[in-house]
Design a binder for this molecule. Structure first.
Ligand code: CMC
Length: 429
């Protein structure tokens, strides 16, 4: 047991620990010396009660449904800013002045092209490769192309690597898409803003003029803002852990992308859309809700529930509005998937099981419908998440590298395997 002074009682023994307060949110108990004092490790699979680092970047109050980037509510950032402004905010800690913003946009824009050799690197993939597999490989491969920004002890190189990744991820993502559909790669066009340029690299073809729809570009930009950072989630923790060994930043971000791919994390938007399609029509919803509630059935309502939010995910509200805006703009009046989504949300928000377990729609519930309407295939959904989250990963990686108390991440374990035993030669087994 612990008391408010941070003393922990184990059996009859009392140990002093330090309570570290945050600016907002729960304080933490500093248990760094706990093993040395007690000979015991603490046990917290899934890190549900463990703060792995100190951070000044993003704050979440999951019970209240609050998300702040550097102190600013996500609703305000998404409504008033653009994605590159969010990148600046996350990286530097403050909103940019007009001059700082113009300079930042210019610097990102100068890095949008990838080494021409990268195009040949792509030829080695099968055409039906999942674009996330291509992303893991190609982002990792950036470290083979940009040796001059892999020295993590040099702040200048850290900044160049950061700018390179923010700028080149959309280019690589668009190339991953173009490769799967068998169309030529489209080079970046630097007089377009970040998101318009990305849309053009995905959907333009050399034989036709491509006009960016500003409403769709603004909607996608907002989706990027919503996904930009989310404190110490699985992929961010992966990036920090990989970075704690001194690995180069491109390798660390590739590790984050690999982690994001899983269906319980970034892969959920793809899974949520597949589930809506499987449900098919409003009449089938009760059957699927009953399956989600059945303990003997491992079916879950994808796009519902969150490790941290035990209230409506604030990003999901903005995402829902964005979904309606995009469908209206594209003249999609009767999308059966949207009908199923709206009704499923209504039922789940009133169903005792979901209410009691505080399972609210998360950001992925509406993002799949929106991205599909924009023309992205489901296999690209998690790739778009990776494009947006890159800045969050980088900001967190840099914060870790610049933290003087940083050391290699090395969790311990509760060993429950065999005690020591002697090897038996195969003839005697
Ligand atoms: N449908 C039905 N039941 C659920 C769901 C769901 N989507 N999510 C959680 N539960 C139940 C679960 O069965 C458990 O019940 P019980 O206590 O009776 O065993 C209880 O709620 C708590 O679930 P948990 O798995 O212990 O909660 P968690 O915090 O470990 O999991 C989660 C969070 C997001 C992995 C989970 O809610 C889930 O699998 N949701 C569906 C996948 C999804 O939408 N993921 C996107 C997350 S948001 C994007 C991101 O940040 O990457």
């Amino acid at each position: 047991m612990t008391d408010s002074n941070g003393t922990i009682k184990v059996g009859e023994k009392i140990y002093d620990t330090k309570v570290m307060p945050g600016t907002i949110g729960p304080s933490v108990l500093d248990i760094g010396s706990f093993y040395g004092k007690t000979g015991m490790f603490t046990y917290d699979p899934g890190f549900t009660s463990t703060a792995s680092c100190e951070s000044k970047i993003t704050y979440i109050d999951g019970d209240a449904g609050v998300l702040l980037y550097r102190g600013y509510p996500i609703e305000q950032v998404a409504e008033h800013g653009d994605f590159l402004e969010t990148c600046y905010l996350l990286l530097y800690g403050e909103l940019p002045t007009a001059a700082q913003k113009a300079d930042f946009d210019y610097r990102v824009t100068r890095h949008t092209m990838v080494h021409e050799q990268m195009a040949r690197f792509f030829q080695g993939f099968r055409r039906d490769a999942h674009p996330m597999a291509v992303m893991v490989a190609s982002v990792g491969a950036l470290s083979a192309f940009y040796h001059d920004s892999t020295d993590i002890s040099d702040p200048q190189q850290r900044m160049i690597a950061s700018m390179r990744m923010i700028a080149k991820l959309p280019t690589l993502a668009a190339m991953a898409y173009k490769y799967t559909v068998g169309q030529p790669f489209v080079y970046p066009k630097n007089d377009l803003d970040y998101t318009s340029n990305f849309l053009r690299m995905c959907f333009a073809v050399p034989c036709e003029e491509y006009k960016v729809n500003p409403i769709i570009a603004r909607a996608l930009d907002r989706i990027f803002i919503l996904h930009a950072d989310h404190e110490q989630n699985a992929s961010t923790s992966t990036v920090r852990l990989a970075g704690s060994s001194g690995a180069n930043p491109f390798a660390c971000i590739a590790a984050g992308i690999a982690c994001l791919w899983g269906p319980a994390h970034g892969g959920a938007n793809e899974a949520a859309l597949a589930m809506l399609a499987e449900i098919g029509s409003v009449e089938n919803i009760p059957k699927f809700v009953a399956r989600a509630k059945d303990k003997n059935d491992n079916f879950r309502l994808m796009g519902f529930g969150h490790r941290v939010y035990k209230n409506y995910d604030p990003r999901a509200k903005i995402m829902q509005k964005t979904a309606h805006e995009v469908l209206n703009e594209l003249g999609i009046k009767d999308d059966p998937l949207l009908d199923v989504a709206v009704e499923l949300e209504r039922i789940a928000l009133h169903d005792e099981y979901f209410v009691e377990k505080k399972l609210y729609p998360n950001i992925d519930f509406y993002s799949g419908i929106t991205l599909k309407a924009m023309g992205f295939p489901t296999s690209m959904f998690t790739v778009l998440f990776a494009v947006a989250r890159t800045v969050g990963w980088i900001a967190q990686w840099r914060e870790m590298i610049e933290d003087p108390s940083q050391k290699i991440g090395r969790p311990r374990q509760l060993y429950t395997g065999s005690p020591r035993r002697d090897y038996i030669p195969s003839s005697k087994r």
